[in-house]
Design a protein around this ligand. Structure first.
Ligand SMILES: *Cc1c(COP(=O)(O)O)cnc(C)c1O
Length: 340
């Protein structure tokens, strides 16, 4: 099953290409082509491509994991298909059917089966991409598009164990503006977050926590993960708007409500309120549930739960990861076998 020459015990987050990718195109008024699997590799692109000049492109991020009994599971793939479709509408990209999206994600994973790390050694990260490849001079939607799905084996996120991270609230940079594209996985949202990330790492923090761009009062999210905090026993998370509607965020809210009987509030969270939290964490496909041990803001460092993993954070992490690995009853139908 795992015949490829990869040192599974030392797998990190390097770009290790796999054998096969999915490829579909859309020309002018014609529908999307059926699409096909083909060898992973480079391709030619017109210098006038809309994606190169005006950034017309979207991505997704998903993962496939091997279970104890060697099945391969995805997590809520239809949600990624629906989200990229919404993004397509915002960016004037001809939408791709979410059901077909799921079909091809499964096909790509099956074609790259030997690259799915053994149980407990990581996951196969799945990267769907839709870009405007046709050339255009005026600022307008491209005349043609390409969709790809490629995969990369990655190591476990918590290699050194489940450790709280240190973050910093920024008033120097914003990630997304109200009514902009922050709620989509628009490729152009990300290059602007690289400098803030580099700067905060130099100061000793893992990432920036962005505030809302209009008032600089409310928590938005963490670089590429959604934000949660526990205040007075309630689970709080910023409401949708300019944040990315994380699929992990949605799952964690449901688990907290159904399995832990918690009150969950999706609303504006002033940053001062966060400083009173008993637990803070962030969520995402890569980050899973990552505990936040401290937050720095204007020269002060606020520490949560003595910089230890909180009880609720731990429970939500366990529930989520067990459902993702098919080790817990899944009343939601979230874990999807690539064979089904
Ligand atoms: C992808 C992403 C997330 C997390 O979304 P998931 O669906 O849980 O992986 C959060 N914030 C940003 C900015 C993202 O791009």
């Amino acid at each position: 099953m795992t015949k490829v020459d990869i040192d599974w015990d030392n797998l990190g987050f390097d770009f290790i290409p796999t054998k096969t990718m999915f490829w579909a195109t859309k020309e002018g008024d014609k529908p999307w082509t059926e699409g096909e699997l083909k060898p992973f590799g480079t391709f030619e692109i017109n210098p006038g491509a809309c994606v190169l000049n005006y950034g017309q492109g979207l991505f997704e991020g998903m993962k496939a994991q091997r279970t104890k009994d060697n099945e391969i599971l995805l997590f809520r793939p239809l949600e990624n298909g629906k989200r990229i479709k919404e993004g397509c509408i915002r960016l004037c990209i001809p939408p791709y059917d979410p059901e077909k999206f799921v079909y091809w994600v499964k096909e790509v994973v099956k074609a790259n089966e030997e690259y799915v790390p053994p149980y407990g050694k990581g996951s196969l990260y799945i990267r769907p991409l839709i870009i405007g490849t046709g050339p255009i001079l005026g600022v307008a939607p491209a005349p043609s598009y390409t969709m790809m799905i490629f995969t990369i084996p990655v190591g476990p996120y918590f290699k050194e164990g489940f450790q709280p991270i240190k973050l910093e609230i920024s008033k120097k940079y914003h990630r997304a503006a109200p009514k902009g594209t922050g709620h989509t996985k628009y490729i152009g949202n990300y290059a602007g977050t690289m400098l803030p990330a580099i700067e905060t790492k130099k100061r000793g923090y893992s990432q920036i926590i962005y505030l809302d761009a209009a008032e600089e009062k409310y928590i938005e999210e963490v670089g590429t993960a959604n934000f949660f905090c526990v205040v007075d026993g309630k689970l709080l998370t910023p409401k949708l708007g300019s944040i990315l509607p994380g699929i992990t965020r949605d799952a964690v809210m449901k688990l907290a409500e159904d399995q832990l009987g918690m009150t969950v509030e999706e609303r504006d969270i002033p940053y001062e309120e966060v400083f009173k939290s008993s637990e803070v964490f962030c969520t995402g496909t890569a980050a899973v549930v990552t505990p936040i041990g401290s937050i720095a803001f204007e020269g002060k460092e606020y520490i949560f739960n003595e910089f230890k993993v909180g009880e609720i954070t731990q429970k939500l992490y366990d529930l989520l990861t067990k459902i993702q690995l098919g080790e817990l009853e899944d009343p939601y139908g979230w874990a999807v076998n690539v064979k089904d």
